[in-house]
Design a protein. Structure first.
Length: 336
């Protein structure tokens, strides 16, 4: 066939218009085109525990924790307009709640993790409720200070083992449980949040971010939806905090470490804000990268920061937006 009888056609030309609704179900090719990136992520996460050794399985667990926190940060910042730097508070409340339920009441991890997630989310939401009328940097500063506040209260009043923490917590049954609890929780949070932001509740939250006065003029309570959004993000963060307490069988002040507030932001910047799946990709790259650079000692921090600066300067849109654009630009030859 001569070149004059063929032309290049982008793969998404016949799909793009119909991809937002049920019309894409009309063709197996179109469904495969839309599902391929999602199945790649799901399949990769589910298969990872089988191909990694025990050390890198632990790294995968740590990456999953950061990924869930990053999704919560992205959800609040990009869809609700609340820049929350309180990831360390969510981890701390969830971890301490799970540890105390296990150490004091003797409850097994299968109960303490979900119970601690709900208890920690409720406590976090109640603490943040007076701050929800703040905007921009003021809300961010308050949420950044709260983990420090909680840390110094525990030290000053010598609560919950003070600086020593509590050891001897029950750990998960085996390393397969360790892996798949966080992997399945990560996937559930990702697809749950993606579904939420396309529902009426999510559209109202995005309306509050874009123009809260217009939403208020429509007779909708802005405060109520902000409380709901904070509870959802806190629920996810406290769940992985409770999971981490049972992953290592120990709780202490390191659960309030600033890494849990900073790393989710870095993962979101690398992956792409406003995508939800972008922060997951960022966390799955940054956390193993941090471990791989451990042999460089203090120079690791320099290399780590250099990589982030390069992304901010040359790919500010993030990996997810870049990869999605390139995926839709694939072309194939077709008959004229």
């Amino acid at each position: 066939m001569s070149a004059q009888e063929r032309r290049k056609k982008r793969l998404d030309r016949s799909v793009k218009v119909r991809s937002e609704g049920l019309y894409s179900l009309s063709s197996w090719r179109e469904m495969a085109y839309l599902l391929a990136p999602r199945l790649l992520l799901i399949g990769g996460l589910l298969a990872a525990p089988f191909v990694l050794d025990l050390y890198w399985q632990k790294v995968l667990c740590a990456a999953g924790i950061i990924a869930v926190l990053a999704m919560g940060f992205d959800f609040l910042a990009a869809y609700v307009g609340l820049v929350c730097l309180g990831g360390a508070m969510f981890i701390g409340f969830g971890g301490y709640a799970a540890g105390l339920l296990n150490a004091k009441l003797g409850l097994p991890p299968v109960l303490t993790i979900p119970l601690a997630a709900v208890i920690g989310a409720c406590l976090s939401t109640v603490i943040l409720m007076p701050c929800l009328r703040l905007r921009g940097v003021y809300f961010a500063i308050v949420t950044f200070m709260l983990p420090l506040f909680a840390t110094h209260i525990i030290i000053a009043l010598e609560l919950f083992g003070s600086t020593e923490g509590i050891t001897g917590l029950d750990i998960l049954a085996n390393h397969w449980w360790e892996q798949y609890v966080i992997v399945i929780s990560l996937l559930a949070a990702l697809f749950g949040l993606r579904r939420l932001v396309t529902e009426d509740v999510g559209l109202i939250m995005m309306g509050i971010k874009d123009n809260d006065q217009a939403v208020l003029a429509a007779g909708i309570s802005i405060f109520r939806y902000r409380v709901l959004a904070v509870f959802i993000a806190a629920l996810a963060g406290c769940f992985v905090g409770a999971y981490q307490a049972h992953l290592y069988g120990w709780l202490g002040l390191s659960l309030f470490a600033m890494d849990f507030s900073i790393l989710p932001i870095a993962a979101t910047v690398m992956g792409g804000m406003g995508t939800l799946s972008g922060p997951v990709i960022g966390a799955l790259i940054l956390t193993p990268l941090s471990e791989a650079l451990r042999g460089f000692g203090q120079l690791r921090v320099v290399l780590y920061c250099l990589i982030l600066l390069l992304f901010i300067l040359y790919k500010p849109e993030g990996l997810m937006n870049y990869l999605e654009r390139k995926y839709h630009q694939f072309e194939r030859w077709e008959k004229v």
